[in-house]
Design a protein around this ligand. Structure first.
Ligand code: IMP
Ligand code: MG
Length: 204
């Protein structure tokens, strides 16, 4: 029967292993820092907290591309409120692992922020320079409120003072990849956060 064929084909696709996760882990990942389960548990917790904090209001989730795209998809499904999403693309790093302090807006928002309750979703706060720049820029657009939710925050190395209301995990100041975070655009699809082997980036 036609319907059955389609269904089983779909099932095969759903269960197909995703890209080269196992391969990447073997070759370039030193060790897993935060497991897939830990991330998912934390996002559920944050989603519940956000749902309580914004009760009766309508949220605008603002994702900072590209790193936040994975977290945005998972976190948004734990927020039990009417919400809209928008994305902004910025570049603060090239292919290297050190911040330049220079932030360029590559793609601006589609939404007008005036009077909106805005929650900015960031993958990681490292030096904090990117976030600092973004918050200044966004405040100028007169949102009713503006808070930040970051999956990761590196401990003790922020070069500016920042109020990050929701933080998933505080981590040591090492370079990490996975769950949206890249090195030279790779590893974003790993379901966990891991430490890169030094020789995976030492020659760049
Ligand atoms: P910051 O301006 O130094 O806080 O860096 C912000 C941006 O740099 C993040 O949104 C990431 O895209 C990138 N970044 C910072 N640390 C890491 C890391 O450990 N791995 C991958 N990307 C990082
Ligand atoms: Mg990056």
């Amino acid at each position: 029967m036609e319907g059955r064929v389609v269904l089983s084909e779909l099932e095969n696709k759903v269960h197909a292993p995703s890209v080269d996760v196992a391969d990447a882990r073997q070759r370039d990942i030193e060790r897993v820092l935060i497991t897939e389960q830990q991330i998912q548990d934390k996002l559920r917790e944050l989603g519940e907290q956000i749902t309580r904090d914004y009760e009766g209001r309508e949220l605008l989730l603002l994702g900072v591309l590209k790193g936040a795209f994975v977290m945005m998809a998972d976190l948004s499904r734990h927020i039990r409120l009417p919400l809209e999403v928008d994305f902004m693309a910025v570049a603060s790093y090239g292919a290297a692992t050190k911040t330049s302090g220079v932030v360029r807006i590559l793609k601006d928002l589609d939404h007008d922020l005036e009077g909106r309750d805005v929650l900015l979703i960031e993958d990681i706060v490292d030096s904090g320079l990117t976030l600092n720049y973004l918050l200044k820029n966004l405040r100028g657009r007169r949102p009713a409120s503006l808070e930040v939710c970051a999956l990761l925050k590196k401990t003790g190395i922020q070069r500016v003072h920042l109020d990050v209301k929701y933080v998933g995990f505080e981590i040591p100041p090492d370079f990490v990849v996975g769950y949206g975070l890249d090195f030279a655009e790779r590893f974003r699809n790993l379901p966990y956060v891991g430490l890169l082997k030094p020789d995976a980036y030492s020659d760049t």
